[in-house]
Structures are given as C-alpha cells and as structure tokens.
Write a protein that binds this ligand. Structure first.
Ligand code: UDP
Length: 324
C-alpha cells in the first residue's frame, strides 16, 4: 500500500514516516521544508519538495505516484504565532489543505487522515474532553483546523471523500533511537523548553501562571508520545481501508500533568536543578486539557503505550544529541 505523507519532514510527520517504513508501507513525502528538516526523512523514502499552495505542482507530483491514501500533517502549528500573524495560518493551513483536497478529488484518491487539534474545544465545559464537547476554537490556528474538518465533511457528502480527523492533545517525546525529535525555531513548547534549561542552554523556565484552579495552580495538559500518535494514524488508515465512515477522534493518554510536574520530571531524569519563575498567564491557555480517549480505543482499537517517563526520557536523549 502506498501512502502520501504531507509534512513528512516535520515533528509528528517524520515519526509517522518512520512508523510506516517499519510496517513495510511504500511512502511518498511532500514537504516544502519551510519548517521541516530534510535530514528527518529516511534516504529510501521518495521525497518531493512541493508547496501545497502551488496547485499545479501538487497535481503534477501526485500524477507521478500511485497513491492509496494520504496522511496530511503539513501545516503551521503555533497558537501564539497564529494570533499575531493570522494570514500565515489562513493561507497555509486553509488554502493549502483545500488545494490538497481538490487535487485528491481530481486524482481519484478518496482517503485522508488529517491532523487536527484539541484546541478546537477552546475552554471545555467538561474534562476529560470527549468528541461530544462543543467546538469553540479561540485562536486562528484552531479555527483553520475547524474549517478543514468542515470542508472534508462537505467533500465526503459531495464527492465521497473518506476522512479521519485526529484531534491531538499535547504531542510530546521523540524517537527512542535519538535520531529524530522536536525542533522548532523559536521553540514555544514546554517540554523542549524545560529540557533546554536542564542542559544549561537557557536561564530557566517561565511558568505561565500558578493561580489556575488545578492541584498545584499550574496548567494541566495531556502529553501523548509522538509514537503513540503515529500508531493512531496507522490504525486510522486501517479503519478507512475497512470501508468505515468518516469520523473524528481525540488522541490523548487520558492523564494530565501540570507544568510543575513536567519540570520535576525533567529534573529527575536529567539529574539537574531547573530554575523556574512564575509570570503572568499566557492568553488563551485553558486550565486543564485532558482527553477522554474512549472512542479512539473502542473504534480504532488504539491504546497509548507510553507514559510521561517515556516522553521525557526520549526527549532528553534526543536533545542531548543536538548541537544547537
Ligand atoms: N508553558 C509554560 N511555560 C513555557 C511554555 C509553556 O508555563 O515556557 C505552559 C503553557 O502555559 C501550557 C503548557 O505549558 O499550560 C503547555 O504549553 P505548550 O506550549 O507546550 O502546549 P499547548 O498546551 O499550548 O499546546
């Protein structure tokens, strides 16, 4: 079976490409390398430097391969940046994805797994969060993902496109071989920031608010290992191949950890003391985001295998090997 992975040079995409190779799939990666890393793509994987905004290049490159299904990661994914520069997000994530969906329809490809996000739920009314929670995106990034979920639903009705939207909680951790990992410039995510503080590459960590209604006052998130996410994409492909209907699934472990717990976990695994200072809250941060993952377990047969220790140990190993 031949799978097209858009954004296969990015953080989650590159871990998924490695998972596909391990499972003997034929893989083609389309990536414009604007934020991805070419060295994250295995040498024996077909790669095309394609920008989804270039519709004719996209169609031309699709014609070169016999593709059975697509897994679409290519997108910008920083909440803060989406607030300060929304046009980047509406152009890249919305127009790019619509070009892709359009090109797939024209090429007779009718299966897609889409990277979506738990930030669609905004400030949830109920935690753990199930797929029945109301959709209230509160930043442009989440809005772009919501738009594309809706477009896919309309394409299903009109053209028979079958899709699975996977709503990730906090993707975290790295390759256990230490070969690929999470590298963003600048890095907005908590775990890489805490690790770089442990490595002495930054002064310390700013905790964005310690007055939330949580046990220690800091925000609680559901950190799910990137290889558990990769495995869910494989299960989603199997699901679509079985002829099942289009659907959406939350992907998280079902457990939450606070910012302070993450700092302590990194201190324990690294053996280093980490300086932290509490500053004001970051705008738009809900107190607690934890997944109800029952639906993914029951329908996709997915179950996360890795815990917080696996997340931090794998991330620590990879960041230690980096020369930045
Ligand atoms: N966070 C923090 N300090 C930082 C970066 C993040 O306190 O330097 C907090 C942030 O407020 C959130 C959690 O860590 O509650 C996870 O943030 P991240 O940006 O990693 O992921 P998000 O939950 O925004 O997708």
């Amino acid at each position: 079976m031949s799978i097209l992975v858009t954004g296969g040079a990015g953080y989650i995409g590159s871990h998924f490409v490695k998972t596909l190779k391990k499972n003997n799939f034929d893989v083609v990666v389309f990536d414009n390398l604007s934020r991805g890393h070419i060295e994250s793509i295995p040498k024996d994987v077909a790669f095309e430097n394609v920008d989804l905004l270039d519709y004719s290049a996209l169609l031309q490159n699709l014609k070169k391969y016999k593709i059975d299904a697509v897994v679409h990661f290519a997108a910008f994914a920083f909440v803060g940046e989406s607030v300060s520069d929304p046009k980047l997000y509406y152009i890249n994530n919305v127009i790019g994805s619509i070009n892709l969906l359009n090109a797939l329809t024209r090429s007779g490809i009718n299966k897609i797994v889409f990277s979506s996000t738990c930030s669609l739920y905004g400030n949830p009314l109920k935690v753990p969060i199930s797929e029945d929670e109301s959709i209230k995106p509160i930043n442009p990034y989440a809005k772009t993902k919501h738009i594309i979920e809706n477009v896919m639903s309309d394409f299903d009705t009109a053209y028979g496109l079958k899709y699975v939207a996977l709503r990730y909680f906090n993707a975290a951790g790295c390759d256990f071989d230490g070969l690929i990992g999470e590298s963003h410039q600048p890095e907005p995510h908590l775990i890489p920031i805490v690790i770089s503080a442990a490595l002495g590459k930054r002064e310390g960590v700013s905790i964005y608010g310690a007055d939330y209604p949580t046990p220690d006052g800091t925000c609680v998130r559901d950190y799910v290992h990137v290889y558990d996410l990769a495995d869910a994409h494989l299960k989603a492909l199997e699901y679509l191949n079985s002829g099942a209907k289009s659907d959406v699934f939350n992907l998280g472990t079902g457990d939450g950890n606070s910012v302070k717990e993450i700092i302590h976990a990194v201190e324990k695994i690294s053996g280093k003391e980490i300086k932290s200072t509490t500053i004001e809250r970051r705008e738009g941060d809900p107190a607690i985001l934890v997944a109800d993952n029952k639906k993914a377990k029951e329908v996709l047969g997915w179950s996360p295998k890795y815990n917080l220790e696996d997340v931090i140990k794998s991330a620590w190993k990879w960041h230690n090997s980096q020369k930045y």
